[in-house]
Design a protein around this ligand. Structure first.
Ligand code: NAD
Length: 254
């Protein structure tokens, strides 16, 4: 795994939800592109196992348990990042949860949890990491929204609300930090084969209604989202801020 010129050489990148489908693919890709990584997720053992594997492949990795809805845990992880790496250049907010309930059948607890993780967690990450990111001088934040942050589907009320919020939070942060060395963009995956929706895909296969409506007629792969993260994280996208990068096989093109 020693590429002579990684696309993220010298950059420190923090990834949340890094042991899930999209987070894992992003962590692996960023390691191949020579980022120095802070990988975080809820389960400390899973984080350590991944950190050990990436280190064995030659990457420099700090692993830390992080519930993104906790301001205290964010403070601890950002502090450890500064101590270990001396700064932070890239923040990739991937952690997320879904609840499929519509407006009337969403439980209040489920609503609160989805908003706390997807929406508040994204804001807390940006807020807490921003001093280190500003100090970088050429930093990038990528927030994970969804196609369900752009269009309605008739269900998943809390999820839509949270992902729509991530979309606009991204844009306003992009404007706020445009002249302060921090770009902020969002990625909007369509139907991606990850543990989050694997049971639905296993049950319904290619007849799953959103796959039927996807012009490319297949689910996306986690690595296909990771490549979008990589582009927005790297200097290749240096004039792009406040953008929403849709990666959905054409699902929202019609
Ligand atoms: P996943 O379930 O495989 O991964 C989500 C990860 O987030 C898990 O590792 C989980 O432990 C972690 N997580 C959950 N709650 C957390 C918390 N409070 N703090 C920290 N980590 C937490 O799902 P995925 O498909 O890889 O999802 C990644 C992101 O992509 C999510 O934001 C999701 O909403 C978004 N997304 C997924 C799809 C899809 O079809 N899979 C589509 C659009 C958007």
């Amino acid at each position: 795994m020693s590429l002579p010129n990684g696309r993220l050489t010298g950059k420190v990148a923090l990834i949340t939800g890094a042991t899930g489908g999209i987070g894992l693919a992003t962590a692996e890709l960023f390691a191949r592109e020579h980022a120095r990584l802070v990988i975080t997720d809820l389960d400390e053992d899973a984080v350590e196992t991944l950190a050990a594997r990436l280190r064995a492949d030659g990457a420099e990795v700090l692993g830390a348990a992080l519930d993104v809805s906790s301001a205290q845990q964010w403070a601890r992880v950002v502090e450890s990042t500064g101590r270990q790496f001396g700064g932070l250049d890239i923040l990739i907010n991937v952690a997320g949860v879904v609840d499929w309930g519509g407006v009337e059948d969403t439980e209040h607890d489920a609503w609160d949890r989805v908003i706390a993780v997807n929406q508040t967690g994204t804001w807390l990450g940006m807020k807490t990491a921003m001093p280190l990111l500003r100090a970088s001088g050429a930093a990038s934040i990528v927030n994970t929204s969804s196609v369900l942050g752009i269009v309605g589907s008739g269900g998943a009320a809390a999820y839509h609300a949270s992902k729509g919020a991530v979309r606009l939070l991204t844009k306003t942060a992009a404007v706020e930090y445009a002249t302060r060395g921090v770009r902020v963009n969002s990625v909007h995956p369509g139907v991606i084969a990850t543990p989050m929706i694997q049971d639905i895909l296993d049950e319904q296969g290619d007849e799953q209604p959103d796959i039927v409506r996807t012009p490319m007629r297949r689910a996306g792969l986690a690595v296909e989202i990771a490549y979008a993260m990589l582009f927005l994280a790297s200097a290749e996208s240096s004039y792009i801020t406040g953008a929403e990068l849709v990666v959905d096989g054409g699902l929202t093109a019609h």
